[in-house]
Design a protein around this ligand. Structure first.
Ligand SMILES: Cc1cc2nc3c(=O)[nH]c(=O)nc-3n(C[C@H](O)[C@H](O)[C@H](O)COP(=O)(O)OP(=O)(O)OC[C@H]3O[C@@H](n4cnc5c(N)ncnc54)[C@H](O)[C@@H]3O)c2cc1C
Length: 469
């Protein structure tokens, strides 16, 4: 069933896509080849002079461009190449250069440009073609680490601050999406169910603590879950604050808007060298162009780890598939409710605007792209079985399946800000964790505050200097 139909679907779609896009004169496969030639398939090297006059600048390890995903994730297939951006072909001076044209770089650049900063985004691939294209894009206030556990590590005040900031970020993402229009942003509820009866007591405590901090939710018993969702589980908390989006479309639209506002967006532009100086940062691209900026934001996704000589996160592989559009009778309450669970790794699902279900999970410790690639179809079949064990009425057929690398930190929190290795003018945006897109929205405001020399309530907790109690 699943395996052959996924293969047939993907092969047909890829063939169709090549024809369609090459007729239009720019297919991703062709542009990817051009990319490869341009950068010689080597990873961007940041070979700055080491600690000149005590300032930042460390060698960046060479290697391949990080292989982030397997197969053709759904969003890119559905949307095609939305906007073409030029390659950087001359030297450039700007106030802020953002390395990385994924959802993080796009949200940060948008925030900065909206507040009068002059921004240039440099992306080595096509826009949104890194992890953003693979994302299942559930927008949640819920951090993978429970509020109770986060409180034990960093104090209840800090933990609640992080949770409430995520809730506010989901709202803010909704506002940005409304301005952009047509990015398949839909408000959802989030159903977080206990995978086992033994998970019920801690989950009830978690729900009570969240409610004490003003997060809107209610508890559902097993019979309500069966009646309302057709879900077999011993209990769940249902949160009001959540949403879903098409992350590829949102990134493309953000960057198109940036260009309309006078910002620069260059794709197929790989930053190979970075040197932080006392008054600014100098970048060199693989094509030999020089970029001088007052600040640089490194929004290089999971590849950003390679820039810092310190273990920051663990790379894992996550698997997902999307169905063809389902009938309303089949979707029922799942149309407006995303679902996930207390087991780790967790199974999760969400709907799309055109009535499909996106299902993800089966995360494993695989950090080898070739092995991850080989597992896509067997993992999709396993996800189908897992869904059916919980939702007896759902008989899902994957239309497209894919896998992506993602990184998670030990405490579930992201890293935003300067690192001692590079000094104050190089700011990192590492939105690592299950709700990376929500983190990116928070990071946009946090990094703007940093550049404008203002305080931000989460600056310390999301910084490289945070330490557990
Ligand atoms: C399978 C999967 C499911 C996920 N599900 C969710 C979810 O449900 N909800 C959620 O919030 N998050 C989810 N995430 C995480 C989310 O997708 C990420 O947090 C987000 O996409 C990261 O965006 P980014 O812009 O930081 O990284 P990317 O999208 O990877 O963008 C970084 C960009 O930087 C570029 N770059 C790197 N180095 C250089 C260089 N030297 N020069 C120029 N450019 C460079 C890369 O080419 C890349 O395009 C998921 C991730 C995966 C893989």
């Amino acid at each position: 069933m699943g395996v052959s139909s996924i293969r047939r679907g993907q092969a047909a779609m890829m063939a169709d896509r090549r024809v369609r896009l090459s007729r239009a004169g720019s297919a991703h496969p062709h542009r990817a080849d051009a990319n490869r030639n341009a950068v010689g398939e080597k990873h961007a090297r940041i070979t700055s002079r080491t600690r000149r006059r005590g300032l930042a600048g460390l060698p960046f390890p060479s290697g391949d461009v990080m292989d982030l995903k397997s197969g053709y994730p759904f969003w890119a297939i559905r949307n095609g190449l939305m906007h073409a951006f030029p390659r950087l072909q001359r030297d450039l001076d700007c106030e802020i250069a953002v390395i990385g044209g994924g959802i993080s770089g796009a949200l940060i650049a948008d925030e900065l440009a909206a507040h009068g900063h002059e921004v240039a985004v440099l992306e080595q691939r096509d826009i949104a073609w890194g992890s953003t294209a693979a994302s299942t894009a559930l927008l949640q206030y819920e951090i993978d680490t429970h509020l109770i556990e986060l409180s034990q590590r960093f104090g209840e005040r800090n933990a609640a601050l992080a949770y409430c900031a995520c809730a506010a970020a989901v709202e803010r993402l909704g506002e940005v999406a409304a301005e952009l229009r047509d990015v398949d942003f839909r408000r959802q509820r989030s159903l977080y169910y206990a995978s086992r009866s033994s998970h019920l007591p801690p989950l009830r405590e978690e729900a009570a603590l969240r409610a004490r901090h003003g997060l809107a939710l209610r508890w559902l018993e097993a019979d309500e879950l069966a009646a309302d969702y057709g879900l077999r589980a011993p209990g769940a908390m249902l949160s009001e604050c959540a949403a879903a989006v098409d992350p590829y479309r949102m990134t493309s639209r953000l960057l198109a808007r940036l260009r309309r506002r006078g910002g620069q967006v260059c794709d197929r532009t790989c930053v190979e060298h970075l040197q932080a100086k006392s008054r600014g940062v100098e970048l060199r691209t693989a094509d030999g162009m020089r970029v001088r900026a007052g600040h640089v934001v490194v929004a290089a996704g999971y590849a950003g780890q390679r820039w810092i000589d310190q273990p920051l996160a663990r790379n894992r592989s996550s698997y997902a598939f999307v169905t063809d559009p389902l009938h309303e009778d089949e979707l029922q309450a799942l149309r407006a409710t995303m679902v996930w669970e207390s087991a780790r790794p967790y199974l999760y699902l969400r709907s799309t605007g055109d009535g499909r279900l996106v299902v993800g999970g089966c995360d494993d410790a695989v950090d080898l792209p070739a092995r991850r690639d080989r597992r896509v179809q067997s993992r999709a079949n396993r996800l189908v079985r897992q869904v059916q064990q919980r939702f007896e009425r759902l008989h899902l057929q994957p239309a497209f399946a894919w896998a992506g690398t993602f990184a998670e930190t030990a405490d579930g929190l992201p890293w935003f800000g300067a690192h001692a290795q590079y000094g104050p003018r190089v700011l990192f945006a590492m939105a690592y964790g299950g709700n990376g897109i929500t983190y990116s929205m928070i990071g946009a405001g946090l990094l703007r505050a940093r550049i404008e020399r203002r305080a931000h309530p989460l600056a310390r907790l999301f910084s490289f200097e945070r330490s557990p109690r």
